[in-house]
Design a protein around this ligand. Sequence first.
Ligand code: ASP
Length: 403
Amino acid sequence: MKRIELHWQILIALILAVLFGIFFKDLTPYVSWMGTIFIRALKMIVVPLVLTSLITGVTNIGESGSLGRIGVKTIVYYLSTSLIAILTGLFFVNIIKPGVGATITLSNATEQLELVKKPISETLIEIIPTNIFSAFTSGDMLSIIFFAILFGFFITRVNDTHRKLLTDFFSAAFEVMMKITLFIIRFAPIGIFGFVAEVVAQQKNILELFQRLGIFMIVVIAGLLIHVFVSLPLILKFVGKINPIKHIKAMVTPLLTAFSTASSNATLPLTMEAVENNSGVSNKISSFTLPLGATINMDGTALYELAVAGFIAQLYGIELTFTEQFIMVLTALLASIGTAAVPMASLVTMTIVFSAIGLPLEAIAIILPVDRILDMFRTATNVWSDSCGAVIIAKSEGEQLKV
Ligand code: ASP
């Protein structure tokens, strides 16, 4: 019998999981462990994969003397796509006005939230780890990336014997990490089934949610869909001269995984595998752009944070001035950069946007019931944008791609 392709297996698992979560709610504890194991395995591989791949990638780029150029291109791409996403969100919030006239009861769930308000300057300073090993153990991605770039770059600055030894060592280690990743990916359908069934079963009453926060959800989902299916494909086509349809087909498995797990970080191993093997990007580019992208490039999150702030302001009857809207755009951009690539991380950084325009932080509780569902959509958007960045930058560096 012909084996069903992996992304079809995942899609079937996803549909079955939703049905299971709805109709066999009480049985979900018996399947949720499969999801837990899958996510743990992905998390296990993420730090060593990022470290070895980034060191290998930076060493290759460093040797060719193009680190600065690729770095600048990557950052420009990330900032501009996030900004486009934010403006799309702003457009929809202003046109549909989901909060005007809405009757919503406040839930008291904010206590569960850790509302840490950390100034952006502190986040930037903390990129430099005081102890690289504690950064590894706590999975502090920005610090790990910073150290790996530094390490990879200086490998190219030592004498030939050492350089060769270290380059060979890290690229061999990277090959092994990639093999482990491929092994874990084979379990994706089972893992996703367990995970999604649990998430669905946890939703109290999906229909009621849609009724109460329906228009807000429509605003967010519509904005994300426009970004995913219109803005980014146009950039792919006209800036990158890349076929968007071929690229999205290449990315189905990581996109479905991002959707199911709501974590760009957990999806990273799959994103790297797909961008390299299906879209044909060299490891040199993918290993630099993707870990960085998963950590700082969050188009979906940026759009969402702006939409929430706009929605809450409307609920409170606050008319935002042009300057306030500008501040909202800017802080949503910064907040999305600072958001960790884990489920529901936006809820924490959203406080940056709220405080900047003077909204009460407790109001975040209003969107809590729908946050997890919208997280699935925004995480898939985040991962899609990262992958588009990788192919565009690879193409601009003259690589022959498969898309
Ligand atoms: N879950 C998102 C991600 O991992 C972050 C967020 O918006 O909460 O990309």
